[in-house]
Design a protein around this ligand. Structure first.
Ligand code: GPW
Length: 836
């Protein structure tokens, strides 16, 4: 439908076209107008929530103007776009980010002060958009920020969950999950009731011969659910480029709300049907690095992939280009295997709906997709049962079998002498029931596969995808080491440090090119700079100490060493190693004379993170941390020498307070299990040091900052398999210090020992799969080294400054440029060119 205004009327249109505020006066004008009209409030009943809403709406207007222009410009330029398919986008708050990215935070701050409000109070009114579990979802959010900041034409696609990741409450030391209904006021989303896609489930497949005598396949007679688009603007930093994040919401199709049922008195049934449809986008699955094979999850995945592909194909078809140009116009990145159904779905669209030949279609599919792997953990690799896919997506199962059959024929021809290879690389696992291995389908359907840190990218080539390297050659596999956006994780979370750096580097250009940080090295001996740098760290620790007092009721000394481990609770991430180390430290202190105690470096051990609701071992760790904290924090003999706190409901906005306030942070996974880690980068960028294993991005952080500036310990990835095998064959000697820790737990020091037996037994009786005992001594020794190093404050400050200066590599801008060049083959579209 042609909907543009005729030439003759455009002058009037342009005269009244929306304008962007620039000054404090104009901001106040916009905010007050929104508070008084949009919200129907007045100066007599404007609380902080209303002031937040008015501010957000004022900035939203600004974003929308640039968003519209960007979309017009990108459509007009008609160059290749990238689509980032991720089931998770852990965005956090949007207002602060919007103000900083458009460069008007100071203007708004003064304006709000005029109106009687403090900026911090207003910002903290906003609820986090928590549509993700952990690192994978936050990475997607950082990538959106970088894509827009670098002016790439890019869209994110995901689901509009009504409930994001649950809110965590700690009750009597236990985790309790509370639903996160976040949508009652969300000024950042725009419902597009005119952008809908009908999605088919179940039903049947039939063949017919079309007018040209071609054999065609149709899939129909199933249940139809409608996808409705909700869009959110993604502003770039220091550019007007504003990209789009499109979230799909499910609702009953008109056919579904059955009026015959309704009229014949089956009102309840028709409402029930409606609710069933809405259930698809109702809730984010709260498992991190674990696959549970639930039908509703598969429905979510297909619903989202099908709606997104329909949308992408619809946009491509508007350009009237031939299909052979598809992969020159469209790059689709699969964030882990969750969107793998997009592969058979695009093949289905091209073959069944558009009438392309199989091979022609398959060439397009492979050229379009790239796949990012984020784990080698077997329990996280997705598999779906063949009967379930057969039932829910009968046509897709046929297509998957056809893809597999052609692939296996090719493998058989290439490796005629290898009998076992076909069974090993088949997309179908011959188990009972048969399973579809989604990672294999993703590898086969993509032109590039990448891991997320060097070690991880090497590991996938030698373990889970070893055979595929042989089949396709090594060039199909590559590495893009993860990164973080310095806008949120330095400028926004740590404005004082950002300002100090800008004062030395002559402005904020380093936020667009983080490698410029290297110039800070020149100031490492500058007395004033060192003093300022240290004072900022101290102020951030004071802020964190206030937060701890407010939320945990524990008074901590900001001069103590703040030791932080915040991330999802998982056995492979080894929070248990940390808390056992804390217990060891407690026992050491208890055994000291008053004289010895004077030499102890005071510490605060800070934990935070959510456990998946069904993950008992992880929940036990949370409980143990809280019990240990209760005992130690109340022990007068220990006092300020050791405090232990568990921060409730760790999320993005809390990370923005916690990360800048850390001296040392823990990234202590069993070597070879953490694909990359990204919070390690955030801590170092904010002037904290890392204690970590030789795993994931820790290794590259070491390469960049120098091994004298990081505290590495523990066994290496290459030795893990042998150690595990030895445990099983010979058994193993429990580390004596760890043994003493377990005796303390068993004695009931931290409450009924039975509550922690599973945790202790997994190490003592069940082979210590995560090598906690093997790494314990080395961990304790390294922690002691940290105490000594921290006591030499001048050396410590030197380490932290040099580390910050050397973190340029870890900007997510670098990641996006690498993806663009190696995988997507796309170019930026600068606002100045084609100025719409
Ligand atoms: F298991 N990651 C995550 F690979 O946060 F799917 N959730 C997940 O479900 C998975 C991975 C999955 C994380 C990795 O654990 C972390 O090492 C990495 O830095 C992050 O993804 C981003 O790549």
């Amino acid at each position: 439908v042609e909907a543009s205004v005729p030439e003759g009327q455009r002058a009037a249109w342009k005269k009244h076209s929306a304008r962007e505020f620039k000054t404090k006066e104009e901001f106040e004008n916009e905010a007050v107008r929104h508070i008084e009209t949009t919200l129907a409030r007045s100066l007599f009943n404007c609380d902080e929530a209303a002031a937040y809403a008015g501010t957000a709406l004022a900035f939203r207007d600004r974003l929308v103007i640039e968003w519209n222009k960007t979309q017009q410009r990108q459509t007009f330029a008609d160059q290749k776009r990238v689509y980032y398919l991720s089931l998770e986008f852990l965005m956090g708050r949007a207002l602060d980010n919007a103000m900083l990215n458009v460069g008007l935070k100071d203007v708004a701050k003064e304006g709000l002060a005029d109106l009687g409000f403090r900026m911090e109070d207003i910002i903290s009114q906003e609820r986090d958009a928590a549509l993700g579990n952990g690192g994978l979802g936050r990475l997607a959010a950082c990538f959106l920020d970088s894509l827009a900041s670098l002016n790439y034409p890019a869209w994110g696609y995901a689901l509009r969950y009504r409930y994001g990741i649950f809110k965590q409450e700690i009750v009597d030391g236990y985790q309790v999950e509370v639903p996160d209904y976040w949508l009652d006021f969300n000024p950042w989303e725009f419902p597009r009731h005119d952008v809908t896609v009908d999605i088919n489930f179940y039903g049947s497949v039939s063949q017919y011969v079309d007018d040209d005598g071609k054999q065609r396949t149709v899939w129909d007679n199933g249940e139809i659910v409608t996808a409705v688009a909700y869009d959110a603007p993604i502003p770039g930093y220091g550019t007007t480029t504003t990209n789009n994040l499109r979230l799909w919401s499910s609702k009953a199709s008109h056919g579904e709300f059955d009026f015959t049922k309704f009229n014949s008195g089956e009102y309840e049934q028709s409402v029930a049907d409606q609710q069933r449809a809405e259930t698809i986008s109702a809730v984010l699955y709260p498992n991190d690095s674990l696959e549970r094979g639930k039908e509703l999850r598969l429905k979510q995945q297909y619903f989202w992939c099908a709606a997104s592909l329909f949308d992408i194909v619809r946009r491509f078809k508007k350009s009237k280009k031939p299909w052979k140009d598809f992969a020159n116009q469209v790059a689709i990145q699969l964030n882990d295997t969750h969107p793998t159904l997009a592969i058979p779905e695009l093949q289905r669209i091209l073959v069944d709906l558009e009438g392309l030949g199989w091979d022609e279609a398959w060439t397009i599919v492979q050229a379009t997709f790239g796949y990012t792997n984020h784990t080698v953990l077997p329990e996280a690799l997705e598999k779906w049962s063949v009967p379930l896919i057969q039932h829910l997506l009968p046509r897709h199962l046929q297509i998957i079998y056809e893809i597999n059959s052609q692939f296996l024929q090719y493998v058989e021809k290439s490796f005629p002498k290898e009998k076992d290879i076909l069974g090993r690389v088949s997309i179908i696992e011959e188990s009972q029931p048969k399973m579809v291995r989604m990672a294999y389908l993703a590898v086969i359907g993509s032109h590039k596969v990448n891991g997320v840190a060097e070690l991880h990218s090497d590991l996938i080539k030698t373990t889970i995808f070893k055979d595929f390297v042989k089949i396709y050659g090594p060039d199909k596999f590559t590495n893009v080491t993860n990164g973080i956006t310095p806008r949120r994780w330095l400028h926004q979370a740590n404005p004082k440090l950002s300002e100090l750096i800008a004062s030395k580097l002559g402005g904020y250009e380093y936020l667009r090119d983080l490698t410029l940080l290297h110039k800070l090295e020149a100031f490492v001996d500058d007395k004033d700079f060192r003093k300022d740098f240290q004072a900022i760290k101290y102020a951030n620790k004071v802020r964190l100490a206030q937060y701890i007092l407010e939320h945990n009721g524990v008074k901590v000394n900001p001069a103590a060493l703040f030791d932080v481990q915040v991330k999802r609770i998982h056995e492979y991430k080894r929070q248990q190693l940390n808390i056992f180390g804390v217990i060891h430290r407690y026992l050491e202190i208890k055994a000291m004379s008053a004289e010895q105690k004077k030499k102890v470096q005071p510490r605060v051990s800070i934990f935070g993170g959510k456990a998946a609701p069904g993950y008992w071992m992880a929940k036990t760790v949370i409980h143990l941390v809280n019990q240990v904290g209760k005992v130690i924090n109340a022990d007068k003999e220990v006092g300020d020498l050791l405090k232990v706190v568990f921060l409730e409901d760790y999320n993005v906005s809390k990370a923005e307070i916690i990360v800048p306030g850390s001296d040392i942070s823990e990234h202590i996974s069993t070597a070879g299990t953490e694909a990359s880690g990204t919070s390690n980068m955030k801590f170092v960028l904010n002037g904290g040091l890392v204690i970590g294993t030789c795993d994931g991005a820790n290794i590259e952080i070491t390469r960049e900052v120098g091994e004298e500036n990081i505290f590495l310990f523990g066994n290496l990835a290459e030795d893990v398999e042998d150690l595990r095998e030895a445990h099983h064959k010979q058994g193993f000697e429990l580390d004596p210090l760890l043994k003493r820790v377990f005796e303390t737990i068993r004695s009931g020091t931290f409450g009924d020992a039975g509550q922690f037996s599973a945790l202790v037994d997994s190490i003592v009786d069940h082979g210590d799969y995560y090598l906690v005992s093997d790494d314990f001594k080395s961990y304790i020794d390294t922690q002691n080294l940290i105490d000594q190093s921290y006591a030499k404050q001048e050396e410590w400050v030197t380490k932290t400054i040099l580390s910050v200066a050397r973190m340029g590599f870890f900007s997510s801008d670098r990641c996006i440029d690498e993806y663009a060049e190696m995988i997507w083959n796309i170019e930026p579209l600068k606002p100045e060119t084609n100025g719409a």
